[in-house]
Design a binder for this molecule. Sequence first.
Ligand code: PLP
Length: 384
Amino acid sequence: MSGAPEAVPFVDLSTAHAEIRKELDDVWREITSADAYVGGRYVAEFEDAFASYCGTAHCVGVGSGTDALELIFLALGLGRGDEVLVPANTFVATVEAVAAVGARPVFVDVDPHTLLVTAEHLEAAITRATAAAVIVHLYGQMPDMDDIVQVTTRAGIALVEDAAQAHGAEWAKRRAGSFGRAAAFSFYPGKNLGAFGDAGAVVTNDADLAHLTRSIANHGRSEGSRHRHDLIGRNSRLDALQAAVLSVKLRRLDDWNDRRRAAADRYRSLLDGSACRPLHVRPDATAVHHLEVVRVPGRERLLARLDAEGIGWGLHYPVPCHRQSSFARFASERLPVVEASADEIVSLPMFPTITEDQVQQVGEAILAVTKSSRECLSNVMTCP
Ligand SMILES: *Cc1c(COP(=O)(O)O)cnc(C)c1O
């Protein structure tokens, strides 16, 4: 980074951490004197708190969100010959985890208003080889889970939630993570609930699946037995330090999500009627606005303006998974909504401590560009 600090950063975690400075300092002191670094009391306490927050019976802390997905797939026994449905507009980790266990990702298209997967797209893609569907609660909003649960139940396939962007999101007053056979959460620092490094969790109501996941993530050990390895596992565990930080931050999550929602509402009223359209939030969903994504034709002009004003932005995700060279062999699908939206999406600054003034500043920068592009559209002959 160089030059002046950004007028409005894309994400600012330090101002949120400042609100809990003392509790975070206490965590460091406690952990370094308790001599408990991997697993133990702090991990168990966080797992209990997070399971009850999600409304599930079990939580297993693991090394990352990507590991959480892969461990779920391993515990479900997915592998070669299995097809796994997955939306193409997700962070590549969702698809990586499918491929890592040897299963075949089958990409599906999404709803044009929310950019979330739909029951119709899933149903149309189910074959005799389909073993599971991964639902991504993209940008912090859940899709219509009633329809999706109905389709996956009828087809007899496992429903897995990728809830990496959706801590605290709800569908019909039920929290993300409580609908599927299991759900994966990421606690990457920038997520709505973020650790101070990589961390993740699997939540589920299935006791056997929880035990199996914990065992695979801990070298195939059976619970309570240090020297017996009944499975060939791996190492993907949650650190005590991360767990203790997460316990502190979990107590603030609802407040921080409320403040994200207030900022999202402000963006929506500022941009009302402009050519820059925020994504639709369904009335039966409680979104937690991990990312505040708008669609705008002619994205480059907007990005140049934001750069000129020192306003941070992101693209999530400009290259859909089925267009990545690493997944080229699965890329025969045509997915019109995902493909069209990839060229139009822009993620605006969004974090719990963003101020009204900052949102106003971003809104004004957007309106300055989209207004002039509308005038341009109405007088095509004089456009450059
Ligand atoms: C962040 C993220 C992941 C991966 O989580 P990590 O903790 O970074 O491994 C998976 N899926 C989605 C949708 C994500 O946003």
